[in-house]
Design a protein. Structure first.
Length: 293
């Protein structure tokens, strides 16, 4: 990690749109000797809309104590005046990522490979699975693997979720469902609001639920896709982070669709996770604002 990265901070802002927001934010940062190195903003409507901003800024020697002081001053001098929801996160503290998976490994392997090569800006702290099959593959990367079987009854499912939450405690800023074929309870989801990312093997909102490639084949679709979204209590209805598609024809079998879809899934999920850990995503109701490079 370079010295500049150690002193770099990301600021995310959501607030009602009105004149003077950018000037107030940049003026505050300038008054504290900050160098803004990247800035994006978006307004849903200049009259009565919502304003979204993402800044990366650099201040030599910035540490956690200095950042906490800056946060307090920002709230007092700027955020309170504009009714802002905001975060100010240090780049040097990577987000902790825990991955939940079942038996299918392509999305998991993509994340582990990107993490191992340094292209995923996060710390993968563990992989949890309801099956033992992928233990050796995960441990090859030096990542802890936890097998938590899930029974069919509600009592067994709740017990499994309690065991998972015990593993996650203090070790997960974000939870990634890399083809974890279990539906999480509302109680679990509320523990990580807008911090559980799922990959759905369909171009949502089409073909919600199980076996979407077979149902897509039955409908004779000409496009297949994948969707990465935040998990909410409503199945496959959470805010969408990223999507992609591939063209198919009448000659493709269900197995062809699954093979092509798996390649889309792993890249879509990896991009969504990367954008989340880089503080590029702001949730706006059931939509997202994604500040891509």
């Amino acid at each position: 990690m370079s010295d500049s990265t150690k002193s770099t901070v990301r600021l995310l802002i959501t607030c009602p749109d009105r004149p003077g927001i950018v000037a107030a934010v940049s003026g505050f940062l300038h008054s504290h000797g900050v160098n803004i190195i990247h800035s994006d903003q978006h307004s849903t409507d200049p009259e009565g809309g919502h304003f979204f901003m993402r800044n990366e800024f650099y201040l030599p020697g910035m540490d956690m104590d200095g950042l906490e002081d800056l946060r307090e001053q920002f709230q007092a001098d700027v955020a309170g005046n504009f009714d802002m929801d905001w975060t100010m996160n240090p780049v040097w503290r990577k987000k902790k990522v825990a991955i939940l998976v079942s038996k299918v490994d392509h999305a998991l392997m993509e994340l582990l490979w990107r993490w191992r090569t340094g292209s995923l800006e996060a710390d993968i702290t563990m992989v949890i699975s309801n099956h033992p099959d992928l233990r050796k593959s995960v441990e090859f990367f030096g990542v802890p693997f936890h097998h938590v079987p899930v029974g069919r009854s509600l009592r067994e499912k709740v017990a499994a979720e309690d065991a998972i939450l015990a593993h996650l405690d203090g070790q997960a800023d974000v939870v990634v469902l890399a083809r974890y074929m279990q539906i999480l309870t509302g109680d679990f989801v509320t523990r990580y609001p807008n911090r559980i990312i799922n990959i759905h093997h369909s171009f949502l909102p089409a073909f919600i639920g199980a076996d979407p490639y077979r149902r897509a084949h039955e409908r004779g679709v000409k496009l297949i896709g994948a969707t990465a979204h935040y998990v909410t209590e409503d199945l496959d209805q959470g805010p969408i982070i990223e999507q992609d598609v591939n063209r198919v024809t009448h000659s493709h079998t269900v197995e062809d669709l699954k093979r092509l879809g798996a390649d889309i899934e792993r890249h879509v999920l990896a991009r969504a996770v990367q954008w989340h850990v880089q503080d590029r995503v702001i949730v706006d109701g059931n939509k997202t604002i994604v500040f891509r490079r």
